[in-house]
Ligand binder design. Structure first.
Ligand code: NAD
Length: 264
């Protein structure tokens, strides 16, 4: 047991099960003595999240659908009442109607666009508004992105546009909140088989493609994103804000297919 996060209290949003990226980060934080509250979306997921949270000694496990302003207000009122302060937030939430995570981006209807941007981008801003008010000693806000924000990835479509907006919001909020000692960063993770990823068309192909073409010639693991998350949330990264940090076995630097990779 390390002590990097000793005395720090944080909110972790986006655990659905033990394969969730948020859970990978939470385990790394727990191993360093951090105290966490967890949120879940809906009672069905709550049944999975509660035992996970209890397994690392978390006492606060609260419902919160991020599209619901009243639910967000209630969540942060509870945190203020229980803790009176907050040191870090993990926002690992994204959603788009999977009907539009295949085919052409150009065919995305307005409703599907607005919902994807609301849940996958605006929710981080809505959380930051409330969390920053509780970060009296400064703090660290962290979100999760994907390379589809920067480059065109097959099937990622409206999620790519939402992640581009999310990454821009990281930079704007870093500038807004820096004077309060609050840092805002993102981790751009390589593909990992999670519940959210299962909505993306041909996800197995994407995993294989990354495995064969990334410099490290494999896919990234949950514990590796967890380690990077721990860095961003702890004082180890005290000089870092507005950053999108790739944790993808180096895939983002590659310009062409690896000529020695087998066919998929
Ligand atoms: P996941 O399915 O485990 O987590 C997604 C979470 O979003 C779930 O807990 C779900 O309940 C939550 N969510 C969706 N809509 C919500 C709403 N309205 N209110 C509250 N919560 C809501 O999948 P994951 O892959 O761990 O996803 C976490 C983050 O990581 C997402 O932002 C995702 O885009 C990002 N990401 C994932 C990958 C990957 O390959 N899995 C790669 C890069 C980035």
């Amino acid at each position: 047991q390390g002590t990097l996060m000793q005395g720090k209290k944080g909110l972790v949003m986006g655990v659905a099960n033990d394969r969730s990226i948020a859970w990978g980060i939470a385990q790394a934080v727990a191993a360093q003595g951090g105290e966490m509250a967890f949120t879940y979306q809906g009672e069905a997921l709550g049944k999975r999240v509660k035992p996970l949270a209890e397994s690392i000694g978390a006492s606060l496990v609260l419902p919160c659908d991020v599209t619901d302003e009243a639910a967000l207000d209630e969540l942060f009122a509870t945190l203020e009442r229980e803790w009176g302060k907050l040191d870090f937030v993990v926002h690992a939430i994204g959603w788009a109607d999977k009907q539009f995570l295949r085919g052409r981006y150009v065919d995305t209807p307005r409703e599907a666009f607005l919902t994807a941007l609301d849940i996958s981008c605006y929710s981080f801003t809505a959380v930051a508004q409330r969390a920053s008010a509780l970060m009296k000693d400064g703090g660290s806000l962290l979100t999760l992105s994907y390379l589809g924000a920067e480059r065109v990835m097959p099937h990622y479509n409206v999620m790519g546009v939402a992640k581009a907006a999310l990454e821009a919001s990281v930079r704007y909020m870093a500038a807004d909140l820096g004077r309060d000692g609050i840092r805002v960063n993102g981790i751009s993770a390589g593909p990992i088989k999670t519940l959210a990823a299962s909505g993306i068309g041909d996800f197995r192909y994407i995993l294989k493609w990354n495995q064969y073409n990334a410099p490290l010639e494999r896919n990234v693991g949950l514990e590796e994103v967890g380690g990077a998350g721990l860095y961003m949330l702890s004082d180890l990264s005290s000089g870092v804000t507005g950053e999108i940090h790739h944790v993808d076995c180096g895939y983002n630097i590659v310009g062409m297919k690896n000529p020695t990779a087998p066919d998929i």
